[in-house]
Ligand binder design. Structure first.
Ligand code: 5RP
Length: 219
């Protein structure tokens, strides 16, 4: 089965968890694009969405799905987003799409986080893909030096400016055997806006598209 079919199956499977009247947090990426397509089919039943990127906002708007300001919302019961990697504890690496900061904000606010992904994203130990970090541009070289002290090999992501006007460093060779600790350590580096490790606040459920159907994982 093609990877895109597995992403589509996972994206559509998330629709089952969207209840009438809900405000839904919407992530970013190709799997989420399928979720947005699915959401459009019930758009009159939901109260609206909160979007994690300009790209997702454009897709939501193309369907006429309302997008709300997170600051006007007290309760966000559900957040649906993809991942670049996810482990058994439902901790994730995210940020290939450079939307990690807004994604992390929505994840923090939401009561329940469902990760949708194809089976290639499921790993035992995080770190097969580089770890994306959003950085304030003037701090780039300082942050790079600090990341090297943590054992990483940072690489500047060419031609990418985030929705927040910052840069992305993709960090190779980090030991991510303790994701919660590493998330704290990288967060503590001045100039780092967000690290793409979602360990402290991981997902509550994962819907993984496999060749045998969509598998459900919970903590
Ligand atoms: C964007 C992300 C995405 O969720 C992640 O890159 C997954 O994307 P896709 O569904 O296209 O594989 O973190 O910042």
């Amino acid at each position: 089965m093609m990877k895109n079919e597995l992403k589509k199956a996972a994206g559509w499977a998330a629709l089952e968890y969207v209840m009438p009247g809900m405000i839904v947090g919407v992530g970013t990426g190709s799997t989420i694009a399928y979720f947005i397509d699915a959401l459009a089919s019930i758009k009159y039943q939901i109260a609206g969405t909160v979007s994690s990127s300009e790209v997702s906002s454009a897709r939501l708007a193309s369907y006429g799905i309302p997008i709300l300001d997170l600051n006007k919302i007290k309760i966000l019961s559900l957040y649906i987003d993809g991942a670049d990697e996810i482990n058994d504890k439902l901790q994730m690496i995210k940020g290939k799409g450079a939307a990690l900061t807004r994604e992390k904000i929505i994840a923090a606010v939401s009561d329940y986080f469902i990760c949708v992904a194809d089976e290639s994203k499921k790993v035992n130990v995080l770190g097969h893909v580089p770890l994306p970090i959003e950085v304030i541009p003037m701090a780039q070289k300082y942050v790079e030096r600090q990341l090297m002290q943590l054992g990483g090999l940072p690489q500047y992501r060419q031609n990418v400016i985030t929705d927040n006007g910052n840069i992305i460093l993709d960090v190779y060779h980090l030991d991510i055997s303790d994701p919660t600790l590493l998330e704290k350590e990288i967060n503590a580096v001045t100039g780092v806006v967000t690290v793409g490790l979602f360990a402290n606040r991981g997902a509550d459920m994962a819907l993984i598209g496999t060749t045998e159907g969509v598998k459900i994982f919970t903590k």
